[in-house]
Write a protein that binds this ligand. Sequence first.
Ligand code: AHM
Ligand code: MG
Length: 335
Amino acid sequence: MSNRIITLDEFIIKRQNDFSYATGELTGLLRDIGVAAKIVNREVNRAGLINILGVHGAENSSGETVQKLDMYANDKLIECLSNSGECCGIASEENEDFVPLPTIESKNAKYVVLFDPLDGSSNIDVNVSVGTIFSIYRRVSSEDSPCTLDDFLQKGVEQVAAGYVIYGTSTILVYTTGNGVNGFTLDPSIGEFCLSHRNIQVPKTGQYYSINQGYYSKFDLEMRRYVDNCSDENLRLRYIGTMVADIHRILFQGGIFLYPSTRKYPDGKLRLLYECNPMSFIMEQAGGKSINTNLQRILDVKPTDLHQRASIVIGSPQMVDEMKSFVEKYSATTT
Ligand code: AHM
Ligand code: MG
């Protein structure tokens, strides 16, 4: 096997023919996202220093206002996605409404991009991994008019690409266009994402479960029994509090991640469009499964609202199946 470095840009171009619509437009979009990821990575790495120079919202020593990092990431993504003219609009966890992007003359922008610019933002100030999640759809509205809400409210199965970036001990970008999942590690010395994890497959089962067990008493009865069962089976609990990081571990080492309904969040806390759908697409493409606590496949849920929340159970296929059987069996015995 050759040790030749394959950069993200090179890989995207080589794989262009894998896309259902091999016109190079999606290629341009993925590259825009790669550029945004590098810029956000630089700022995330400097976050500690920025805190020394001035708190968010305050002025730094040069008299410039220090922007909150999640807003910074949001702005950079929008800016970079406006570059290639392939994206007609974005929706972000940080924006109340979707944002139509200006068109570039002679280009018909066919895609919309949805993202969570900085997932796990409560972890930034303590130097713990955060991430960026993105999801790409082909618009359903006419190409010669501005994008509409319907372009964004598509089922997860309609995604043409999805990915995430984890800003961890190293920075890794993982994405799928529906033909498997590949991972690229940022080499800071050359400023390029380089192919490091080819055709990622989630282990069929694993030793880890990941859930905010602090909410145990706020879970439904069957979820409490399921969590008891994980403990009885001596599974190891890991919970970072950044969805990207928790699922990244599971993707490579196997396990199950759950964010169920709680009393505070009766429909779950995580966002269907910005978090659950893209991570579910990636997990399924890696051979895993993803359902909600009503045991419905996440990617089949028809969204009705941009900021809709969803409960989620995602990870190794056997573990998701076991969780499903457990809940079905438990519900049957208690009714
Ligand atoms: P954020 O996008 O505002 O950072 O919130 C989402 C995060 C997820 O990354 C993580 O899984 C979850 O919130 C943690 O929530 P909790 O602290 O309730 O366990
Ligand atoms: Mg998030």
